[in-house]
Design a protein around this ligand. Sequence first.
Ligand code: NAD
Length: 499
Amino acid sequence: MSEIALPTAAVCPNFINGAWVESRSGRTLERRNPADLSDLVGYAPLSTRAEVQDAIESAQRAFPAWRAEPAPRRGRILANAARRLEEQKEDVARLISREEGKTLAEARGELGRAINILEYTAGEARRLKGETLPSELPSNFVYTFRQPLGVVGLITPWNFPVAVPIWKLAPALVCGNTVVWKPSELTPFCSRRITEILVESGLPAGVLNMVNGLGEEAGDELVEHPAVVALSFTGSNAVGAAINAKAARQLKKVQLEMGGKNPVVVLDDADLELAAENTVTGAFGSAGERCTATSRVIVMEAVADRFVELVAARVSQFRMGSPLDPGTQVVPLVGREQFEKVLGYLEIGKREATLVCGGEPAPAVNGAKGFFVRPTIFDRVPANSRIAQEEIFGPVLAVIRVRDFEEAMAAANSVRYGLTASIFTADANRIFQAAERLECGMVHINSPTVGGEAHVPFGGVKGTGFGQRECGSAAIDFYSELKVVYVDYTGRKREGNLY
Ligand code: NAD
């Protein structure tokens, strides 16, 4: 693990007004490799509100020149960043594995997504389109065009420390906004690396500012500061709701992507091997710490015993180990807080349902102490129990047995969340009925709840998503304002249309 080119045990700097600066706060948060707690990655500074204010002022100063830059030139910088990230992919993948804890293969997958988003958004720079509309009046027409919002604040979580920031940064920048980004305090060195890549790709000073710190201090300053006109947040529901309530007082534009409780629905005519394989991928990859992770399986009673057997057999083959080892399937949770939360849910689950496997932490893996939890399956979980309703964000799968399709739809929709859902069946009618009825932002047919593409809108409904979708053309809508221009080329005093 020492091969990663990082200043060992360094304090991660902030990036403000085109310069790397040490935080003045004197307070830091220690970051250790979650798979090996003896490996100290470094420290995240807990920056002060004054430091965030410096960053906001720098973004304000940079805004007039950046908005005046032709959009295709802004896009070229993203294209450069895509190339740089591709060149550094292996190194950054190792950094993600060491700092966040996902496997190298998963980290490469995350980087592939980030590179695709940079490439796609670079192309969008040439398509920041408006519309030309006919007028109700002769010799008149109407057109619309896009303008940037101003200084935008981005607040991101740890679970996709590169892809989630990139899917906010790329459209924000290409639309001509300047940015202050408050990344997760758990992944400071990934955040530093992305900032370096974007800046080395040609971003002028002040256009992107990155300030590490705690949510309630550095993050809250972005929410409260009147110069920040829009906020894009990904994280937990409690924090998202609180941010929205505060931002609403200043009428800020807000986009929130929050927790999930994503179901796989397995009907009695499904290919059970396929369903089991994809459920396992969705539930246990990245230790279940994906917002799109499968946390519930709603399976028809007629095939439930066989399905649970198939899933449990696959899980029993899993190898726990270092995320850097290519044979590893089970990785640790990101940190102590998450670890303790998941262990708490294991105890709740033992009271509410039947434990099939797992249900406990693994104290040491290959001699290294980390935040490992054994992949856990609970069967016969009541649809209204806590483990079926609350986001656990760990390697825990709840199997809910139902009698028929109607009961399956009711169980799937019985939670407050709505990010993704999958259905496994060979019945074309049921597929389209489910696509219509499942209360979520993204439905997968005969495939896992996880995964998405760079040019496709991403996000959820109900308690999961608020505001416009991320990614694809929806992201351009969020990060720009549409202006309408009425053009009258009659040269005469207007007679009609005066309301
Ligand atoms: P979190 O809500 O604890 O933190 C997210 C970010 O918000 C961090 O940068 C944090 O410092 C900041 N923050 C915390 N309190 C704040 C406050 N009062 N004001 C401003 N900022 C504040 O979430 P997390 O633990 O980092 O991430 C896990 C959560 O993210 C899960 O619920 C997961 O489902 C969700 N998530 C959702 C998506 C999605 O697209 N729907 C994607 C990834 C993660």
